[in-house]
Design a protein around this ligand. Sequence first.
Ligand SMILES: NC(=O)CC(=O)C(=O)O
Length: 273
Amino acid sequence: MSVFTVGICQMGVIPDKLANIEKARTMIGDAAIKGSRLVVLPEMFNCPYQSELFPDYAESVADGPTITMLAECAAQNKVIVVGGSIPEKDEAGNVFNTSFVFNENGDLIGRHRKVHLFDVAIKGGTVFQESKTLAAGSSMTVVNTSLGTMGVAICYDVRFPELARAMALKGAQVIIYPAAFGPVTGPAHWELLMRARAVDNQVYIIAAAPALNAAAEYKAYGHSMIVDPWARVLAVASEEETVITGKVDFRTLEKVRDELPILKHRKPEVYED
Ligand SMILES: NC(=O)CC(=O)C(=O)O
């Protein structure tokens, strides 16, 4: 499919897992009504973004209520759902920051576990340590779907251009980043990074953020964004809860890659070991 609408559900997350699940269900339906064929949720959409809470909100792929809702919504609305991310528990008790991808039949077709954990201490700004409670993923995620080839990575993963480049070289036409930047890194780097990943890989970037919840400990920056392969911002939210949509058109991607063929001009023998 060369042209389709993508919807981002910029939802507010509260400390009530079931309420978050039901909010996501409603917003996925809203995105489908707006014509979206691909619907994306934000990072940790069922759980406040706080390390100490991740284990309590975690669920396993076998019987999790969030994962069940995502599969149901994909099938009922006949959309591809990139289920933001949630705390996912494996059989050994490890908790990951994981994105699940469902096709239009509700089949699980992809899973990305955040590779680069957000362990930062910005003086006078954000201090966060995901590794306090989370384990890191160890693989790249590129999924073939009925709409095209999609890379999925999560938030801090966007700061590692090597990962985006590797996904593009594996065929990704769209790279999806469920994310939750904060009040310090958001204004400084959010748009810059999303547009940079778009222009340096000539892909569509879908960046899905939570809405700002003024009562939350971690204040999400919002500003969910859809960027085209020329780094044009096609749609952007403010901080509020909303569904934004934009058109992905692979003819634009092909035009940009034909006219400015940087992926063909790479010289890996110069800069790879
Ligand atoms: N949630 C995050 O990983 C936040 C992040 O990456 C940032 O730079 O801010």
